[in-house]
Design a protein around this ligand. Structure first.
Ligand code: PEP
Ligand code: MG
Length: 756
């Protein structure tokens, strides 16, 4: 049975389009179960009906025409009950609804199972048979299993829009498509679909006689593509820092004669024409990347695909499609690469949405740096249907809204206007202290990674850097940066903030952050070789990085070094020992720097309970609430399936935070928070009430948090904290805090979390 199941799923997944996938599914399930009918009804949300979309055994002319209301007939019952209905004689059931057009008269036995996806009923899979008999347990189990396995295909079919196009033609109901936030902010604009004009997959196989002429064609195309990338990099300089330019270097290196092109040339020499050879090489690389478990490496498939498209475009010497960009443009595509972003007039770019990709894609990194509201991984977005339509991008929550009602649109227009207004109003706080009405101060710092973060941070009056994610410059390259390259990058971080401190975290890779040139393949990466575990196993990488940091700080002495993913005092001691060694080395080389303060991140539950022991050994602690929440609640921070469970107001998180600050202060050591909680005014205030010394956040949240701090007093905050610490439900806590802050006049500052 398992083999049959696997075969069906594989075949269906390989079907060329969705209607064929559904047909195939019906046919194969009918054959595998030896029944007479297998039908697939899909739920059409705008019609609120189940539509017969494929059938083997019922009349073909009924397909696409016959439908049932959501509570109509046995199909409706399966949907309502969200469980299988297995009947010996369907005709005898009171809910049976006879559909003459289908020709189902002779079929008595009925088994229907719901097709569920993320808790929603997408459709109903039905098998029927002439003989009045109950389908047995194993048949029922088979149908349930196949339905669960095929639900992703059906989810795609369901959402692609194409299936229901005719039925929907007159309907324009508001629809919300869920994805992941790539960059926060809200935007309204007109969707422009970016699709590859040159389609590699359609290139046929052809043989060539004149191999050299074909190689000549390829070389010419490559020269033009390299120039195109250089031009884009030049254009990007205006909106991106020098650091992000490394993205384009990666592209250029892929186009180096010895990289991808060498493989294409080898294929041409085997007798293939250039276009076909290119398709084979690109396909192989894309396939390899896509098979990788690591989400970051999977993203590289998009880069290779994009390059392949560009080279093919030149080989085909087609004129580029001239795209009309509206004034407020929402770029939409399956994958949008960072260079594609640069191809459009920047001043018109309002938002971005992609159906693939994740927060780790290069494009998302660049979008965050540019402050463009972005939603990624919006799998169900019917791209072709939405081209040219007005869309709302809710980058706060990772959603896209199409056909918004006037009310919804008004609401988002208000949010956008308020955001603008708020930011303009907040600018006057730049040089004022982050201090409560009764004089309690807290230090507000920024999290940085890209060079572009620096200017935005300084403009907003950051008091130093609480977390510099050093892995970001490593991620945008295709090899480890050298000690000297690192020194230069780090100096650019340290110089503008001096005399304020800059907390540089040592390389934190593994989990969801990988380097294409240092792949880590694991079953369970978040519980695997991550952060300090990797660098302690590779002192040659760790020491080079620390040496670069120390050298970079010469003359400023504002460096602090922070260790990620610490779970035991042993790791902290081991790392301190290596840092000390690196310090002695650079001193011997004549670099005049003091030994910098060294601290650890508290981001796994073990370190919460080791906080005191750790505080005794290091100079400071900083809580990484992103990982701490994920590990305390056992909720993957990047998994959409469980994103509703990821709640930083969970009592376990709040009590852990309280424990850490108490332990650190018992040892007289400063402690900060550098996860997303620090940048959310509501949680930031609770953290302040706990007694934390500093908060470190994205530059875009800094003034918002400062404004919140300046509008409250410590009496109010302590009372609020005590109240929530006595509560046992994270959802209730989150709503209660929002309510209390709104009552205290801070609604405007906290609203972005509740938008829409
Ligand atoms: C955290 O885990 O909270 C944190 C700040 O680190 P990162 O998000 O880079 O894992
Ligand atoms: Mg972390």
């Amino acid at each position: 049975m398992l083999d049959t199941l696997r075969r069906i799923v594989q075949e269906v997944n390989n079907a060329p389009d969705i209607p064929s996938a559904l047909d195939l599914m019906a046919k194969r399930v009918r054959d595998a179960m030896g029944t007479e009918v297998c039908s697939i009804y899909l739920r059409n949300n705008s019609e609120e009906r189940y539509v017969l979309m494929a059938s083997e055994g019922l009349k073909r002319e009924a397909i696409g025409r016959v439908s049932l209301g959501l509570s109509e007939g046995l199909v409706g019952q399966v949907g309502l009950r969200e469980e299988p209905i297995n009947l010996e004689d369907a005709f005898a059931h009171p809910k049976f609804h006879y559909l003459a057009e289908t020709g189902e008269d002779p079929f008595h036995a009925f088994l229907g199972v719901p097709v569920m996806h993320h808790g929603d009923v997408l459709g109903i899979l039905v098998v029927q048979q002439r003989d009045a008999r109950r389908f047995d347990q194993s048949e029922e189990a088979f149908l349930v299993t196949i339905s669960a396995q095929l639900s992703a295909v059906i989810a795609h079919a369901h959402a692609s829009g194409a299936l229901f196009e005719q039925l929907d033609a007159h309907e324009n109901l508001p629809t919300i498509y869920d994805g992941q936030s790539g960059a926060s902010g809200a935007a309204i604009g007109q969707a422009v679909l970016l699709f590859p004009e040159t389609d590699l997959s359609s290139v046929p196989d052809r043989e060539v006689e004149d191999v050299n002429a074909e190689i000549g064609l390829l070389d010419e195309a490559l020269v033009r593509v390299r120039q195109e990338i250089r031009d884009l990099a030049e254009r990007a300089k205006k909106s991106l820092g020098a650091e992000e330019q490394a993205l384009f270097d990666v592209y250029l290196r892929m186009l180096d004669r010895h990289a991808l092109p060498a493989e294409v040339v080898a294929k041409i020499r085997e007798g293939h024409w250039a276009q076909g050879a290119l398709r084979m090489v690109v396909d192989a690389h894309v396939h390899n990347f896509e098979m990788m478990d690591d989400p970051y490496l999977r993203e590289r498939a998009a880069d290779v695909r994009d390059l392949g498209r560009r080279v093919l475009g030149q080989l085909q010497s087609r004129n580029r499609r001239q795209i009309e960009f509206p004034d407020a443009c929402i770029l939409m595509g399956e994958d949008i690469s960072a260079p594609m972003l640069m191809e459009m007039p920047q001043e018109r770019l309002a938002g971005i949405v992609t159906t693939r990709g994740s927060r780790n894609s290069h494009m998302a990194i660049v979008a965050r740096a540019m402050g463009i509201p972005t939603v990624v991984g919006c799998q169900n977005l019917p791209l072709k249907k939405l081209d040219g339509k007005e869309l709302i991008i809710d980058g706060f929550r990772g959603r896209v809204i199409a056909n918004a009602t006037a009310e919804l649109k008004d609401q988002f227009e208000d949010i956008i206007a308020e955001e603008k207004h708020l930011l303009a109003g907040l600018e006057k706080l730049r040089d004022l202290p982050a201090q409560t009405e009764d004089g309690q101060r807290i230090c507000l710092q920024v999290n940085t990674g890209l060079m572009t973060d620096i200017n935005r941070s300084i403009e907003r009056g950051a008091e130093g850097v609480g977390l510099y994610r050093t892995e970001i410059p490593f991620m945008v390259r295709d090899r480890f940066p050298s000690e000297e390259e690192q020194r230069l990058i780090y100096r650019e971080q340290l110089a503008p903030f001096a005399p304020h401190s800059v907390t540089m975290r040592t390389l934190d890779i593994g989990g969801d952050k990988a380097l294409s040139y240092f792949p880590i393949e694991e079953e369970n990466p978040f519980l695997g070789w991550r952060g300090i575990r990797v660098t302690l196993d590779h002192p040659e990488i760790f020491i080079v990085q620390v040496r670069a940091m120390l050298k970079a700080s010469e003359g400023f002495d504002n460096l602090r070094i922070m260790l990620p993913m610490i779970t035991s005092v042993f790791e902290a001691e081991e790392a301190q020992h290596l840092i000390h060694r690196a310090w002695l080395e650079v001193r011997e080389e004549g670099v005049d720097v003091a030994m910098p303060p060294v601290g650890v991140m508290i981001e796994v539950p073990a370190s919460v309970y080791q906080a005191r022991a750790l505080a005794q050994r290091v100079d400071f602690l900083s809580v990484g609430t992103n990982d701490l929440t994920q590990y305390l609640l056992a909720v993957d921070r990047n998994n959409r399936q469980v994103s509703d469970l990821y709640n930083s107001f969970h009592p376990a998180v709040l009590h852990a935070l309280l424990h850490v600050v108490e332990q650190a202060h018992e040892e007289g050591k400063p402690v900060s928070v550098c996860g997303e909680m620090a940048g959310d005014p509501a949680s930031a205030l609770l953290i302040m009430a706990m007694g934390y010394d500093a908060l470190s956040m994205n530059a875009s949240n800094l003034l918002r948090v400062k404004a919140a701090v300046r509008q409250v007093n410590m009496g109010f905050l302590r009372r609020l904290l005590n109240e929530v610490l006595a509560m046992d439900n994270g959802e209730v806590i989150a709503s209660y805090v929002d309510l209390q802050l709104t009552k205290a006049g801070l609604g405007e500052l906290t609203r972005h979390r509740k938008s829409g």
